[in-house]
Design a binder for this molecule. Structure first.
Ligand SMILES: Nc1ncnc2c1ncn2[C@@H]1O[C@H](COP(=O)(O)OP(=O)(O)OP(=O)(O)O)[C@@H](O)[C@H]1O
Ligand SMILES: [Mg+2]
Length: 276
């Protein structure tokens, strides 16, 4: 069905927390795929559906090893595990060294975008000019970038957004949404981010407010049992999920079109690397 990519440009605004939360609230069947080459957190934070720890041998690394010759959709089910609450997760690589073994980011993105019957929420972690997981953006229907209210992080976000647009060139690329993580009562923070983007004439498809809410966030550290439904975090997430799910349609870019538009790797310097 569709691939949604979640990422940040700088800082740790809560991408993994939001990926867990949004996948749990997603109105269709979903799989959360931790695609952060700096190392996964879900297996370290969340217990399995039966309360025991997740198997550290099962996840993106084992999926990629099994699909070394060819990737096929059934691998996703085979290498996913159920966390408490029932969400299916392909947990991330254990270490950045292990991520070096993942070379098929573009193919992974295409496979996730075409998974029968399920949408994929992929946590890409922090994306930069040359981070390898950028290759997954090309197949995604929506790229959701998270930012906190630290002014320098907002400036870094703006720079990354500008580069992403350049990288896609004439290819339509994913819809781009920005989620500002700010205290529930500081809706003004979203307007401030909008102004910073407007100053550089950067347009996005959606600008949203997710509550900065430590009490809600601890549920996604696996530390609390109970119902997080009444927290500011979950209540602020629901309308964002509804909008994203309502606007998300499967997105397929003909491979030849992508290659026509993307300059060869040796034609761009590292700072201008395209996201595919
Ligand atoms: N909306 C939120 N409100 C309050 N605290 C949050 C929120 N989201 C995340 N946190 C807390 O911030 C810390 C970092 O969260 P998380 O790991 O989700 O961020 P990240 O952006 O994925 O970071 P990284 O760059 O390490 O991948 C955690 O302690 C988490 O509980
Ligand atoms: Mg993370």
């Amino acid at each position: 069905m569709a691939l949604l990519t979640f990422a940040s440009a700088k800082g740790s605004p809560g991408v993994t927390t939001a990926a867990l939360l949004f996948a749990a609230l997603w109105p269709r069947q979903s799989v959360l795929v931790e695609s952060d080459p700096s190392g996964g957190d879900v297996a370290l934070r969340m217990p399995g559906a039966d309360g025991s720890p997740l198997d550290p041998q099962v996840g993106l690394s084992s999926l990629v090893a099994a699909g070394r010759k060819s990737l096929y959709p059934a691998l996703v089910d085979l290498h996913s595990q159920e966390i408490v609450g029932g969400q299916k997760v392909v947990s991330g690589v254990a270490t950045p060294e292990q991520a070096r073994g993942v070379t098929q980011w573009e193919e992974l993105g295409q496979m996730f975008a075409e998974l029968p019957g399920k949408d994929v929420v992929a946590d890409l972690g922090r994306i930069g000019a040359a981070t390898p997981q950028n290759a997954m953006l090309a197949a995604s229907s929506a790229c959701v970038l998270f930012v906190d209210t630290v002014p320098s992080n907002v400036i870094h976000l703006r720079g990354r957004l500008a580069r992403l647009r350049e990288g896609f060139g004439r290819v339509a690329g994913p819809a781009v949404h920005v989620v500002v993580v700010a205290p529930a009562k500081r809706a003004r923070a979203v307007r401030e981010v909008a102004e910073v983007l407007e100053q550089a004439s950067i347009e996005v498809d959606g600008l949203h407010h997710l509550a900065h809410d430590p009490k809600g966030a601890v549920f996604f550290l696996g530390q609390v049992t109970g119902t997080p439904g009444r927290t500011h975090l979950v209540r602020s997430a629901q309308p964002i999920v509804d909008e994203l799910a309502g606007r998300t349609e499967p997105f397929f870019v003909p491979a030849e079109e992508l290659h026509d538009d993307a300059p060869d790797a040796d034609e761009v310097d590292a700072d201008e690397e395209v996201p595919s």
